[in-house]
Write a protein that binds this ligand. Structure first.
Ligand SMILES: *Cc1c(COP(=O)(O)O)cnc(C)c1O
Length: 390
């Protein structure tokens, strides 16, 4: 469908047509939602050799294929697995590649539950876990060991938005024989394509922008040709397949992700720049702002910014942060992001060992939804006033 020979198609054209071919299913625009465990075989020989396209529900269906074909096209990957949450998109590849005695390097500004998984389950299984400075760049060479099996990156970092020099980190890791994984949830493959920058395994909490409506939990993991067999073997062994309805909903979300992301991007940039000028704000942590210390690196590597960033209040502590949050009327207080509605949460940095500041005051993470920018600014003004700034 998307393979027109005439010219390279734009992002939104591709998003509208990648994945399933309507001609494969009577011309219906969308693929069928296949509910399946058992798949029947025509004879015993085919059954024991499993020599037909579909063999069991956990190993893929026409619905999962429609989605993984679409994601492979966006990521430039050899293969993609679809798992039941963004967190599973982190844990399944780590479990697929790591074993006892291996050394794992993880960026210190990693998503909190990824850290918990590394510090509890991976350590219990005999993996040595070490955290590195998100701004280490090529300096990661000094941390790489003979037994470093995986370097786990996430850029920009969760909540504090440090941008990593992914090409430099990937080059160093590769020459030491380590597999490079990246949690690319913030940018989506529309604004950063990890595999084009030396990453082996690209991870997405598709719960966020791809699903886009705060009602689906799903994750994708996409691998290059060298790492795909190991990733797929781990996925099959663990049995962590996504359900058919969620798989379908993510493909549905992809169709509009381009236009939604443009709106999230523009509104978030406008609000971030405005917040920088407001009394009561010490700093805004958004890599798309020229004031951000990693702005040049972000500009070099990324094609855009999404709708999540943090604001540092000018002094105060938990009391001021809670006053800010409790004064908001449009922004909801709740975890996750990537849906149509704006959200705010206080940021906890107590588990960090390196990327923890110092900051001038409490951090609040904002997800800018699809509402009107002027309404969101008015709401944030209520928050700043309540925190004592304006
Ligand atoms: C939300 C998030 C996840 C986990 O996604 P869930 O679907 O909520 O499990 C993983 N990584 C990052 C960076 C996230 O923001």
């Amino acid at each position: 469908m998307a393979g027109s020979k005439r010219h390279a198609q734009g992002t939104n054209t591709r998003l509208a047509h990648i994945g399933n071919n309507p001609r494969d299913y009577f011309g219906f625009v969308n693929p069928p939602v296949v509910h399946a465990s058992t798949v029947l075989f025509p004879d015993a020989g085919t059954l024991v050799s499993r020599s037909q396209k579909y063999t069991y529900g956990t190993r893929g269906t026409p619905t999962t294929d429609a989605l993984t074909d679409a994601v492979n096209e966006l990521e430039g990957s050899a293969g993609t697995i679809v798992v039941p949450s963004g967190l599973a998109a982190v844990t399944v590849p780590l479990l697929s590649f790591l074993g006892a005695g291996d050394h794992l390097l993880v960026v210190d500004s990693v998503y909190g539950p990824t850290r918990r998984f590394a510090d509890t389950m991976l350590k219990r299984l005999g993996v040595e876990v070490e955290y590195y400075d998100p701004r280490i760049g090529a300096g990661i060479a000094s941390l790489l060991r003979k037994n470093t099996r995986v370097v786990f990156t996430e850029s920009p970092g969760s909540n504090t938005f440090e941008v990593q020099d992914i090409p430099a980190i990937a080059a160093a890791a590769k020459s030491a024989g380590a597999v490079v994984m990246m949690d690319n949830t913030w940018a989506t493959p529309l604004y950063f394509r990890p595999l084009d920058h030396g990453v082996d395994v690209s991870i997405h909490a598709a719960t966020k922008y791809p699903a886009g409506h705060s009602d689906v939990l799903i994750g994708t993991v996409s691998a290059n040709a060298a790492t795909w067999p190991t990733l797929f073997a781990g996925f099959e062994t663990l049995g962590t397949c996504s359900g058919p309805e969620d798989t379908y909903q993510m493909l549905r979300g992809l169709r509009t992700m381009g236009v939604r992301l443009e709106r999230h991007r523009d509104s978030a940039l406008a609000i971030a720049a405005w917040l920088e000028t407001q009394k009561g704000v010490a700093r805004v942590l958004h890599p798309g702002l020229s004031s951000h210390p990693d702005h040049a690196l972000w500009k070099r590597d990324f094609g855009g910014s999404s709708g999540v960033f943090s604001v540092v209040l000018d002094g105060g502590g938990q009391k001021e942060a809670h006053a800010f949050l409790d004064a908001l009327e449009i922004f909801g207080l709740g975890y996750s992001w990537g849906g149509f509605e704006s959200l705010a949460v206080p940021v906890f940095l107590g588990d960090r060992t390196i990327a923890k500041g110092p900051y001038e005051g409490p951090l609040i993470r904002l997800q800018i939804g699809l509402e009107d920018v002027e309404d969101l600014k008015a709401d944030l003004t209520l928050g700043l006033r309540a925190a004592g700034g304006a």
